[in-house]
Design a protein around this ligand. Structure first.
Ligand code: AMP
Length: 281
């Protein structure tokens, strides 16, 4: 991978990287399509990174439809797939980690201790191997992409992080490799995530800026669904991920909700523009 990418760089070509854990869906493929518009070559990586899973998380049952993934990437005409095995990424004696302080300890990081240390470490490794000019991430994992931007800035990396919109099912559920875990009943119940974000969006449009008021609305919708067990539903500053009292700057509504054994996340981006507000679901 290093040799191939180095050769492309020497030809002054613009390298794009799309890092994934596989089980590819239209959300991943939207990143690939965006990368294809802006870069050539485009490389995708599939690496189910054990270091970002906690001991009681779903690593062992995470879907691995490798053949189907390869076909999707081939159809999308990516220029290469980087598919390292675990021993290649973490050889015996591996002991160096990236810790993005502060940002990594809240929300997802609080519910999933060590998760972002695993993410930042593997992403830095991928960046070092491929040395892409552009790397593509989904806003679906808003905190993750913020942490990667922070890392890229703090460590003077020569990579631009491109954040792409959330791809959703027609009923609003954000695409996720984990959606395959849901039973029919849980899948139906999971629509409540989008409904709660829509309810918040509705209030924002009518001028509500008070976080507590928005949170009350979101909780009311989430609690109307008996199969939903809320981990967190927070409104945070889009840069610091600290809670905000009143929305005056870019902010996220962030959700993490369990449906049975499956934990799903989703979010809404709020960008105030004068008295108006731009909302991205
Ligand atoms: P994963 O394979 O879950 O690590 O995801 C790989 C990349 O795809 C990450 O940058 C995710 O944010 C992005 N991604 C996952 N689901 C979606 C989605 N529904 N819409 C847009 N991007 C997504």
């Amino acid at each position: 991978m290093k040799e191939v990418a180095r050769a492309a760089r020497q030809e002054q070509r613009i390298i794009g990287l799309v890092p994934t854990m596989g089980a590819l869906h239209a959300g991943h493929m939207a990143l690939v399509q965006r990368a294809k518009k802006e870069c050539s070559p485009v490389y995708a990586s599939i690496f189910l990174n054990p270091k970002q899973f906690g001991p009681n998380e779903d690593l062992s049952r995470y879907p691995r439809p490798l053949e189907a993934d390869i076909e999707k990437l081939a159809n999308a005409k990516v220029d290469g797939l980087f598919l390292p095995d675990i021993a290649e990424m973490y050889p015996h004696g591996f002991s160096t980690y990236v810790q993005v302080e502060g940002l990594s300890e809240r929300l997802e990081g609080k519910s999933r201790p060590g998760h972002f240390r695993g993410v930042a470490t593997v992403v830095l490794k991928l960046f070092e191997i491929v040395q892409p000019h552009f790397a593509y991430f989904g806003r679906k994992d808003a905190q993750q992409v913020r942490i990667i931007q922070r890392m890229a800035h703090d460590l003077n990396l020569d990579v631009e992080i491109v954040v792409c919109p959330i791809v959703r099912e027609t009923d609003g559920l954000a695409l996720s490799s984990r959606n395959t875990y849901l039973s029919a009943e849980e899948r139906h119940a999971a629509m409540v995530l989008y409904r709660s974000l829509q309810a918040a969006a509705q209030e924002l449009v009518t001028g509500v800026r008070d976080s507590l008021e928005l949170q009350r609305t979101i909780h009311n919708v989430l609690e109307s669904e008996p199969r939903a067990r809320v981990d967190y539903a927070e409104i945070v500053d889009a840069e610091t991920f600290e809670p905000v009292v009143r929305i005056g700057r870019r902010a996220y509504v962030l959700l993490a909700v369990h449906f049975g054994k499956t934990r799903l996340i989703d979010n809404l981006l709020i960008e105030p523009e004068g008295d108006d507000v731009r909302i991205s679901l």
